[in-house]
Ligand binder design. Sequence first.
Ligand SMILES: [Zn+2]
Length: 554
Amino acid sequence: MVNRVSYITVLLLLINLYCNGQKTVDNIYHHGVIYTVDSGFTIAEAFAVDKGKIVAVGSNDAILKSYTSPSIIDLKGKPVYPGFIDAHCHFYNYGLGLYNADLTGTKSFQEVIDIIVKHSKEHPSEWVLGRGWDQNTWTVKEFPDKTLLDSLFPHTPVFLARIDGHAAITNQEALNRAKITVDTKVDGGLIVKSKNDTKLTGVLVDNAVELVKKIIPPPNKREQEQALKKAEENCFAVGLTTVDDAGLDKKVIDLIDEMQKSNALKMRIYAMVSATKENLNYYFKQGKYKADRLNVRSVKLYGDGALGSRGACLLSPYKDKPEQQGFLLQSPEYYKDIIKRCYQYGFQVNTHCIGDSAVRFILHSYAEQLKGKNDLRWRIEHAQVVNKNDFDLFGKYNVIPSVQPTHATSDMYWAEDRLGKERLKGAYAYQQLLQQNHFLANGSDFPVESINPLFGFYAGVVRKDQKDYPKDGFQIENKLSRQEALNGMTIWAAYSNFEEKEKGSIEPGKFADFVILDQDIMKIDEKELYKVKVYQTYVAGFLVYSQSNLNNNK
Ligand SMILES: [Zn+2]
């Protein structure tokens, strides 16, 4: 039986529609340059948003004729893009790190010391924690030793992580607490000693870093929440609306879920599960988890370390240290076992691979499960140095390269020292990787790099640092076009998260996640690209960042 009331409601709606032909929606945006990033890369002028989703996209005439709204916004020619997605970052750790001493951009170890002395006075705590140093940017480009730290902090443990997190400088107190001596051995890591092997220098590489890291007292719940909220605030200000966190524990994922449900956190998060025993047991048993803002269906593995600290696993020795070749962080059986279980339970595998040997080993391990073409979207994170014979494996097994264009322009000053000319050709080879599957995912790996996705856009397109070096671009044949770079941080990144049906473009039915910039990154002079500022950021139709609010507050 037809419900009489609803029948009348429908009738009234139809009459209303017939009379003025307009449907009422929450918001209308018009007179913009809307980069929809749909399959035809269509540029529209206007769109309508209702209940957090895009309902229509088209010309000014078409949208303003068909829709009406209490909120009709004239974009005044400003460019609009789908909300940016960072396909590989460490969102939670970045947030936590905001409370540690920031050592990025330091020019010497002395500067590091000055910063932590100041920081420890301003924020006294049980441990002195810092992150972001890189000996390659120092005048003396070598690992320091702990002598100075020991004299300044005789009783307070100090832990200073390198920019990539794959090495750390510690003092004696930290080593004591971790029970590290000259005799301590560690698989897949290095405890650096003095020349005659009699003294510890305090420098730890790869798995050795974990020995100290694991005894640092964990943040409490309030600190965790603060970290997530601060990270979100900063990320909205650079236009990010989804972040792929490359390695989280169940506890943090649960906290994120709780905060999102209570609307304390609005960022959408693709949470890769850290491959600990407890995490895997839980998620393989419970299965995938999907909410509007949270997607848990992937496992993060670490194949090797980083190139800067010579932890990247190479097929032949380092050019600048022939006695070293890097190493896999775990036994081959370890990877094969987890990869096999991910396949069984339908989880995506995302493995950190920097060196050509790690890339090759993991690709072959993937291939054993995937066998051929597939839609499982397994990823190689970084895919930084690829042997010329291995590129086609990405295509053959539909493996997604998840790359960070700013790594190319951060490493280009010294990458050739590590790799030599020949091997360098297959490094940071984004265009060559793109050719395999005709898509890739772009990320930043922040806090290793800046959180600003436009720095990645610039680095991918121009392949220069922000001082316009080198003149012709670094291995410019591997640059991305602007359209490819934009796809990589929107629709292709969404695809790498199995979310291309709900985000990544401005199309009807998708979440109203979008960014308004103050200049058009598809048109302006390439020199200006990294300077472009976000005007406004929206998640599910809600304004989450506005430059004008910022100005009003000043
Ligand atoms: Zn990472």
